[in-house]
Design a protein. Structure first.
Length: 407
């Protein structure tokens, strides 16, 4: 009898422990989902803008609606700022399909890795204020690093992904951390606590010799910035970035979980499945600085515009942070990654748009922020689902920018 109880208990514990792992693979499309609920998009398609009087407003809304249809997303939202002022923002589609709640310009979406540009902005401000030297080993700033290899890393290497820190799939030396990454259920109350997710894995290469994009770089950087500021990272972000820029809709997702303006996030097999399934609840606090924020396109173009404001980011700092970083070999890294930003040229039949940018992919959400210095313009776009090829989503920013450059 006792043996049966023990076996039954162990079986229950095994199922309880492994079920979140199964769910992870189900949403990756590797195994079937059990008893899913499918939602069909309503035939109607609501639109929202507070800039209806703008001569390009109708064309911009039609562009968003068509793009939303093309990529099979429930909702899409975008904003455009020129000369430090939002000139247009609009949304099309559904923030919540089953309750038929329309998306508006106030709807929050997950930023995904666009959060790295937010954290990069804090780093730029602290460098500008003389609180951080980009090339000083972080052991000089953080006295209690949990991995002895990390002490020699520099803020520049962390911000440019040249440190050798592993990414999620490389985190093979920290199996308990890997479990938390797969289940996404644990709430981390501080950025230092979240280092446990990857502090058991060795560096992948000698710092500065290669480029390897990894969110954990930004997570570790946030712990360093927290140590320098002497207050929690999130509070420092509010004091130095969000409040001065009036980014009132931007916060950690766990601080906005009960918000009535937070979109619901949906799975549709990267646009291939005809209907939609609600993404399971996840906790992204372990990657806050590199992928755990929620925001709106209007807030993000405020951030982008601030990078073109010499009183907020000096020309020298801007040049430092938007310069693609060079490896020890003397070659620029293959991703043209700078410090918290990428630098790129996008060309269409009207010419090139030189821009600093950062995209983001999260559970049931994608985000794109692009800053075009020559036009003093910032453009941001967000959706509440995923697509297979990121640029299939992000490319709408180019014709959207062109609409407002024709004025």
């Amino acid at each position: 009898m006792l043996r049966k109880i023990i076996i039954s208990t162990l079986a229950v514990l095994l199922v309880w422990f492994s079920w979140p792992i199964y769910q992870y693979f189900a949403y990756e499309g590797k195994v079937p989902m059990f008893f899913p609920t499918d939602f069909v998009l309503p035939d109607s398609n609501p639109q929202s803008t507070e800039y209806a009087s703008h001569p390009q407003s109708r064309a911009a809304l039609e562009l968003l609606e068509q793009h939303k249809t093309n990529i099979h997303a429930p909702a899409i939202s975008a904003a455009v700022a020129i000369n430090g002022k939002i000139v247009w923002a609009g949304a099309s589609g559904w923030a919540n399909i089953e309750k038929q709640i329309p998306a508006t310009t106030k709807t929050q979406f997950r930023t995904g890795s666009t959060a790295k540009a937010l954290t990069g902005t804090l780093l730029a401000k602290m460098v500008q204020e003389g609180k951080v030297n980009l090339d000083t080993p972080i052991a000089n700033y953080h006295a209690h690093l949990p991995n002895e290899e990390w002490g020699k890393l520099t803020p520049r290497q962390l911000a440019s992904h040249t440190s050798g820190i592993p990414d999620y799939i490389d985190n093979t030396g920290d199996w308990w951390g890997f479990y938390h990454l797969a289940t996404l259920k644990k709430r981390y109350l501080s950025v230092n606590e979240s280092l446990e997710v990857f502090d058991g894995t060795a560096l992948l290469f000698e710092p500065g010799t290669q480029y390897h994009y990894a969110t954990f770089n930004t997570v570790l950087l946030s712990a360093v910035l927290e140590a320098i500021a002497g207050e929690p990272y999130l509070k420092t972000m509010h004091h130095n970035i969000f409040t001065p820029l009036n980014m009132s809709a931007t916060d950690a997702e766990y601080e906005s979980a009960n918000s009535n303006i937070l979109a619901d996030f949906y799975w549709n097999d990267d646009g291939r499945y005809p209907d939609f399934r609600r993404w399971q609840s996840v906790d992204l606090s372990h990657r806050l600085a590199g992928g755990g924020f929620v925001s709106t396109p209007s807030d993000l173009v405020k951030l982008g515009s601030a990078w073109l404001d010499d009183s907020f980011i000096s020309p020298h700092t801007r040049q430092q942070f938007w310069q693609p970083q060079v490896l020890a070999s003397g070659e620029i890294n293959e991703d043209n990654y700078a410090l918290g930003w990428r630098w790129a040229d996008y060309e269409d039949d009207q010419g090139k748009l030189h821009n600093a940018n950062h995209g983001g992919v999260s559970r049931g959400s994608q985000c794109w922020l692009m800053v075009i210095p020559e036009e003093n313009m910032a453009v941001a776009v967000m959706i509440n689902s995923n697509v297979e090829e990121f640029w299939d989503f992000g490319k709408v920013s180019i014709p959207l920018a062109r609409l407002f450059l024709t004025e």
